[in-house]
Design a protein around this ligand. Sequence first.
Ligand code: BTN
Length: 328
Amino acid sequence: MQSTDRRIDKLIHLLVKNATVVVPGPKIASEIGVTRFKVWSWIENLRSLGVEIRGVLGEGYQLVTIPDILAPSLLRAELGDHPIGRNIAHYFRTDSTNVVALKLAAEGAEHGTVVVAEEQTAGRGRLGRAWYSEKSSGIYTSIILRPPLSPAAAPVLTLMAGLAAQKAVISATGLAVDIRWPNDLLVNGKKVCGILTEMSAELDRLHAVVLGIGMNVNHSLMPAELEDIATSLRMEAHRGISRVQVLVALLRELERHYQLLLKKGNRAITERWEAASTFAHGKRVRVVTSAGEMLATTTGVDASGALKIQYDDGRQESLVAGEVVEVK
Ligand code: BTN
């Protein structure tokens, strides 16, 4: 599937820039270098994504509301000149932004490249699960990082991503957001965001890390099979949330936390993570691993990003993979 034609991005930018006026069709066509028919068909596409555009016969087009499309031009206008988000590849629809990002990384895409989609047809979750990716409702994004670190840093990068996502959601919505190890975001006990970290590495060197972040933003309800465990920011905040605003905050927070990790080291991240999550200390959990399920209590996060736990039989362990579920 092709990434969005840069001229569609220009069209969105042009309409947003002139939001208070009716922009003549021929002017749009000549500014972005396509036929008037092409302009009309792209406007129809945008309308099908929920963008409200008024057509005035013989005069042109006018935006009714500023669209909440994750268009590179709208995101770039809010981001400073930092590596994360300098390059943004947008897709109206793709199979999985992680698959696209891994391919771009293998082709040499630079550090900080962001892949974002309005819809995924094969969104991937952790532990082989699928990620529900409803069109235009969520944020489905993958960020390519090229850290000068060893593969052992991957778990801390994962915690860093969760921390950045938590700060972004709090700043954009004001909701109380918890982090379940390693990096699920929970609001009122239900999941609103999941992160799948994938990488290409040699024994001692990371080539690229792909942080795949899926966030339920404006879903007005979740599918029946998910409704007990997942929710959206809109459902919790009881108002529509700007995906553009959340994604901009997320990319800024990722930049900030990534710099913190490189300058101050793992502990700067793991200590902040411990302060940000109720799962760090004294949480009663069911530990789910490939070996089965056991009850335990959490006792902190070590410098590598592993979750320290004490099983009910007294044994202690540092978890590097798997999942924990709160026991109430
Ligand atoms: C989880 O299981 O909690 C992780 C979910 C990660 C989903 C995101 S959506 C964007 C990126 N592309 C994918 O295919 N998966 C990640």
